[in-house]
Design a binder for this molecule. Structure first.
Ligand code: RNT
Ligand code: ZN
Length: 413
């Protein structure tokens, strides 16, 4: 507390209100991906991940069923400040009998709605267009075979209805994100045809009008995937244009661009032309490896752009990482807290002062001040925020994970 009082004063001197920052941060709901809990396995039973994404490692204690995953989510949430959303995939449907993906109904997700209601959470959804026999050749919504394309279109339509149900039941808008693995390993003979088919598929999927209060549709691009190195149907340009012309939102996954290309720089451009932009925040190491999000420079820069553009209500923040080589609950908590730390860091910067320095051409002072601000007592404001939210402020949270691993996760054999 004493430390917070000191920090509050230090920030006030630079024109920053720490109370306003704490309040703003406590209102940010992050969409926390359920799939960190089980390496994108889901409950369909096969467990084999496909579609050019991969989880590596076999750390013991993975959640094997809805009950275990929900228990792990509870543990994770108890160590994360604030109220959030849980982001589900179609493969996390809960049903006694197997249900084909094109036949999924809201009732197959009613247990999740119950779970969310009891905890004041929102829910997001994703159709799962990978890890399935009909996606075995790496093509789904752009497939030349009409029957296969039909199956995936119907699946996406079904999941939009599930999303609408989430939004209606919980009173928190659901985000339905479409990502497809479609592409070719080698140089294609036709780049237009698959994209034409993807466009047609999306047109049909989105043709059913659903109230925006309940459901927002997003489309996620990618530059390449393992096995589909030469051509990706759903490229950035494809979705950027598609979203601009249709009633949906572009989703930028920061692992889905060339290594020196940054998503932070794209955010203001997107916001000038669209009401919303969605993110999958991840950490690619040399490729789209989906490492746990750490508090690195690009994460801080992404958060700064969201805050500087005054767009906390326009940028939909979702997380997307899955590390199977370390304790999964620990990985989850680390990433969520880092996203929040980055936002708090951004909320504690004197953006007005910094912008004025830029506009007056005083780049020497801009650089000097920006660097000095890095050593402001940020950690004390973070600790105060955590304390007020009733979660551990520092590394002591990990003791909870160790205890949970010993008492719960280690019994999953
Ligand atoms: C894959 C995409 C996609 C998935 C999730 C599981 O490269 O990033 O978002 O990670 O849907
Ligand atoms: Zn993603």
């Amino acid at each position: 507390m004493e430390r917070y009082t000191y920090a509050k004063e230090a920030y006030a001197k630079s024109g920053v209100d720490t109370e306003a920052a704490i309040k703003a941060l406590s209102n940010v709901r992050i969409s926390i991906h359920c799939w960190q809990g089980d390496d994108v396995g889901g409950f369909e039973g096969s467990g084999d991940l496909s579609g050019g994404i991969a989880a590596t490692g076999n750390y013991p204690g993975k959640a094997r069923c809805p009950g275990e995953l929900m228990a792990d989510i509870d543990k994770m949430l108890s160590l994360v400040p604030g109220s959030h959303k849980i982001n589900l995939h179609a493969i996390y449907a809960i049903s006694d009998k197997p249900v084909e993906r094109d036949k999924l109904l809201p009732e197959h997700f009613s247990k999740w709605v119950e779970f969310a209601k009891e905890r004041g959470l929102g829910l997001d959804i994703n159709p799962t267009l990978f890890s399935h026999p009909l996606a075995a050749d790496g093509l789904t919504l752009s497939h030349p075979d009409e029957k296969i394309r039909r199956f995936w279109i119907d699946h996406c339509k079904a999941m939009r209805r599930v999303g609408e149900y989430f939004g209606r039941e919980l009173g928190i808008t659901c985000v339905n994100n479409i990502w497809i693995p479609d592409g070719y390993k080698d140089t294609p003979a036709d780049r237009l045809g698959p994209r034409q088919r993807l466009k047609d598929s999306l047109d049909e999927i989105l043709s059913e009008k659903i109230d925006r209060r309940y459901l927002i549709d997003t489309v996620e691009s990618k530059v390449f995937g393992i096995g589909v190195e030469s051509y990706t149907v759903g490229s950035h340009e494809f979705y950027l244009n598609y979203a601009a012309k249709n009633d949906c939102v572009c989703l930028l996954d920061n692992g889905h661009f060339h290594p020196t290309e940054v998503v932070s720089d794209k955010i203001p451009s997107m916001l000038l032309f669209s009401d919303k932009v969605a993110l999958h925040v991840t950490r690619g190491v040399r490729w789209d490896s989906d490492h746990v999000v750490i508090l690195d420079d690009e994460l801080k820069e992404i958060a700064k752009e969201i805050v500087r553009c005054n767009a906390l209500d326009r940028v939909i923040i979702g997380l997307d990482y899955f590390d199977a080589s370390i304790n999964r609950v620990g990985a989850w908590v680390t990433g969520v807290r880092n996203m929040q730390k980055a936002l708090l860091n951004a909320l504690l910067l004197p953006h007005g002062t910094l912008k004025a320095l830029q506009d007056s051409g005083n780049f020497s002072k801009l650089l000097a001040l920006s660097e000095e601000l890095k050593l402001y007592p940020f950690a004390d404001v973070w600790a105060e925020f955590c304390e007020r939210q009733g979660v551990p402020a520092g590394a002591e949270w990990f003791a909870e994970v160790e205890k949970y691993e010993k008492e719960v996760m280690s019994n999953r054999k």
